[in-house]
Design a protein around this ligand. Structure first.
Ligand code: 4AD
Ligand code: MG
Length: 479
């Protein structure tokens, strides 16, 4: 008999249907009721066995975590909150799970801390919480591909190993096959990278943007969706050393087009997950409400997960320039009361405390900050007419901070070469990038969405380590 997945069973079966289900035992009560989950949905099917008909030895093997195959007929459930009971005619144990061992793991059905769950990242998939998170992560990713595909964008694979560090986005991870104990040396006793695998220094990429720009200058509208790597030593709830980035790049777009695209895109993603992951979203929404009840008022979420998603779907973001943000901050209560740790001065970067004030206290909604000083933004951002700011934009979300960073690109060859000089970027390394500004250059713009930060938003999880299956952070590369 062909098995049916629980999601499909719950959606399309009828009383009296004979079915086979395979999954893992979530709970077994009164030697009679088995809750089975197969990952296709948050919901379980309740299988009902008749103890009289089964051997005791077999009953003993029906334990939390065991893999089972059950065959039987669907009947109207006597229990609350479920439509079907599966009245079992045949049960087979596919894989045992020793209860003593299970009791030491996160599969033990009780509340576990997120930290403990992280230590067992290989088993946390089995919990309701992480089942929900990773189904929503999938839907978030699918929504992104859908969005671009429906609008005629082409997906471009950009290299993971790169020879350029143009982003200046922090430390990079070296890729090398040289013997670290005994590397070849040049005459002046430096490591001779020309002997390395690629004949030059190479690293893991921090962004696919520069390559995406090349493609956009021919295909018009493209996007990348790939892993990116940053060796910054930031042990925060929002940073990973390995994360995924989505980078659309569009020929003929200016900064305003770029903002419009980003807003529409984020709102589409929220709508898609609300429509396609209703059960999982509801589960996470209710879980968060429960968690909040045990927190002091000040730490509770002002809106529920569902309200936050709806907010992004239904409301425009606030748009302000960096200069306006500085004015606002300097007139704020915390500034006047000297509550900010870092200075607020035109020309210095905004710190997370400033961003949080603007987004969470002042505007209480997503904010797009544009036109930052050129000095602390990447070399490729288009210089504004004032000669000191660039056509940059950051999108800040409540509880997450920067979710998107982007800009209109510098399309003028001479200005770009000047910028390379100012940023100490050797022209001979960037010849391929500069070439696009020589042959039919055109205005264009794009941005990078931190995919895990987006999944933090669609799941409501507050630590980025809980929205990627196997997080890579300083001193942690287990599994
Ligand atoms: O702002 P960033 O550094 O922008 C770029 O890399 C551009 N090349 C993007 C572009 O214009 N095509 O990074 C983009 C986003 C950030 O807004 C943030 O959401 C995420 O990537 N991000 C991280 N996410 C997790 N862990 C980290 N260490 C991250 N660093 C950046
Ligand atoms: Mg940024």
């Amino acid at each position: 008999m062909k098995r049916i997945e629980i999601k499909q069973l719950l959606a399309a079966s009828n009383f009296g249907d004979k079915v086979q289900v395979k999954g893992w035992v979530k709970a077994f009560r009164q030697n009679r009721f088995i809750q089975i989950n197969d990952g296709s949905t948050l919901n379980n099917i309740q299988a009902v066995i008749d103890f009289e008909n089964e051997e005791e030895a077999l009953i003993k093997r029906i334990t939390t975590g065991a893999a089972v195959a059950v065959t039987g007929v669907l009947e109207e459930s006597q229990g609350k909150g479920q439509k079907f009971d599966l009245i079992v005619s045949k049960i087979e144990i596919l894989g045992d799970a020793d209860p003593d061992e299970v009791s030491k793991t996160v599969m033990q059905p009780k509340k576990h801390s997120l930290e403990f769950l992280r230590e067992q990242a290989h088993l946390r998939f089995r919990t309701n919480l992480f089942g929900a998170i990773f189904r929503i992560r999938h839907a978030t990713s699918f929504a992104i591909h859908n969005y671009f595909n429906e609008r005629g964008y082409y997906h471009i694979a950009t290299p993971i190993i790169t020879g350029s560090d143009a982003e200046g986005a922090g430390e990079m991870f070296r890729v090398s096959t040289l013997d670290p104990q005994n590397p070849p040396l040049t005459e002046d006793h430096k490591i001779d990278w020309s002997e390395d695998f690629f004949g030059k220094e190479t690293n893991l990429t921090v962004s696919g943007q520069l390559e995406a720009e090349l493609a956009a200058m021919a295909l018009g509208k493209v996007y990348t969706f790939g892993p990116t790597f940053r060796a910054e030593n930031s042990n925060t709830a929002r940073h990973l050393a390995e994360f995924w980035m989505v980078e659309p790049e569009v020929a003929f777009n200016d900064l305003t087009d770029n903002m419009d695209l980003a807003e529409d895109f984020l709102s589409y993603i929220c709508k898609y997950v609300m429509e396609n992951c209703a059960d999982d979203i509801q589960f996470l929404n209710d879980r968060e409400l429960k968690e909040d009840q045990s927190k002091p008022q000040a730490e509770r979420n002002e809106m529920s997960l569902i309200e936050r998603l709806n907010f992004v779907i239904n409301n425009d973001f606030e748009r302000i320039t960096y200069t306006e943000a500085i004015d606002l901050l300097r007139n704020s209560k915390p500034y006047k009361k000297k509550k900010f740790k870092y200075p607020v001065e035109w020309g210095t970067d905004l710190q997370s405390e400033h961003e949080r004030y603007l987004v969470e206290k002042h505007f209480k909604k997503p904010v797009i900050i544009s036109d930052y000083p050129a000095s602390f933004k990447a070399f490729y951002m288009r210089l504004n007419d004032d000669g000191k700011t660039v056509a940059a934009m950051d999108i800040l979300f409540p509880g997450i901070g920067e979710i998107i960073g982007g800009s209109q690109r510098e399309e003028r060859y001479d200005t770009l070469v000047e910028k390379c000089k100012a940023f100490n970027i050797p022209e001979e390394e960037m010849w391929w990038y500069l070439d696009t500004r020589k042959f039919g250059t055109a205005p264009h713009a794009g941005f990078g969405l931190g995919f895990e930060r987006m999944v933090m938003f669609t799941t409501g999880m507050s630590n980025i380590r809980d929205v990627i299956p196997f997080p890579r952070t300083p001193k942690k590369a287990e599994f």
